[in-house]
Design a protein around this ligand. Structure first.
Ligand SMILES: Nc1ncnc2c1ncn2[C@@H]1O[C@H](COP(=O)(O)OP(=O)(O)O)[C@@H](O)[C@H]1O
Ligand SMILES: [Mg+2]
Length: 258
């Protein structure tokens, strides 16, 4: 007889409070995200979405509360963060996605080199596999970031975020700055990779098409709190002024009524 082992949540926040000086950012945030889900995180500019992502990778510490990633409690001090925990997540930040002085190859290889992998044959193999997987060709490996289109930059950053095969992928406004076609291509690539690799995603996005087509759940940050985390129809029906502004305007109505 096989016994089903319950999956631990990919991310769990327990009564998390965040402050910068006397400025309150997060007030008593608690939520669980099951493995394999794609969570879209929305909220007004400056409400603490990026900070929440930074907390998941241990770059920012809450002043109170506990955060668990893949069942492991994050340490309370940055210098206690070990490699094992930081390897659980791959991150694609909105700004400064790539190291501008490094080639595409070296950008993708960076996390491997940091782990101490120096075998050039192995590096070549792993980087080229990922490069191909995100829809780029071997000849792109030698290019410098300045020579890439916006869509290519995001693909290289995604390859780098996935190079260590993380269980959790964190994306901060991944399609901002992309034209609609590049944006759609990036979303279908993400969707394919998610189907194949079954990682969990937390994604900050304002893109209503992404929230509708890709996210399995949507969480809304407002008034320093996570006011709702549910599937999109439930979020749309949740009574709150921010939800009214964000989801019930003419553009949103066009997206959601299709
Ligand atoms: N390291 C920091 N020190 C002081 N204030 C910060 C720091 N990081 C972010 N903030 C402030 O916290 C608030 C939330 O920031 P952020 O998480 O970047 O918001 P969002 O991503 O939702 O736009 C902002 O007012 C920002 O200026
Ligand atoms: Mg942000």
């Amino acid at each position: 007889m096989t016994v089903a082992v319950p999956l631990s949540d990919a991310v769990r926040f327990e009564q998390v409070w965040t402050r910068f000086g006397d400025k309150l950012i997060h007030q008593n945030i608690s939520f669980c995200l099951q493995q394999g889900q794609i969570l879209g995180l929305v909220g007004a500019s400056g409400c603490g979405k990026t900070t929440l992502l930074r907390e998941i990778i241990g770059l920012q510490m809450p002043i109170q509360g506990d955060i668990f990633v893949m069942g492991k409690a994050l340490p309370k001090q940055a210098d206690q963060l070990d490699l094992q925990i930081s390897r659980l997540s791959g991150v694609l930040f909105q700004k400064g996605a790539l190291f501008s002085a490094l080639s595409v190859f070296e950008n993708i290889a960076f996390p491997l080199r940091e782990l101490g992998i120096a075998d050039s044959g192995l590096l070549q193999h792993l980087v080229m596999m990922k490069l191909q997987r995100v829809g780029l060709s071997a000849s792109d490996a030698g290019l410098m970031p300045a020579a890439l289109s916006g869509g290519m930059v995001k693909r290289v950053a995604l390859a780098r975020a996935l190079i260590l095969e993380p269980s959790l992928l964190l994306l901060d406004e991944p399609t901002s700055g992309l034209d609609p076609i590049a944006s759609e291509e990036f979303v279908s690539l993400l969707s394919e990779l998610h189907g194949e690799l079954a990682f969990t995603v937390v994604m900050v996005t304002h893109d209503l098409d992404i929230l509708r087509d890709l996210c399995t759940e949507v969480a809304v940050l407002a008034d320093h709190q996570l006011i709702v985390k549910a599937d999109l129809p439930k979020v749309l029906a949740f009574p709150h002024p921010f939800i009214g502004q964000f989801f019930h305007n003419r553009r949103a109505n066009r997206v959601f009524c299709n």
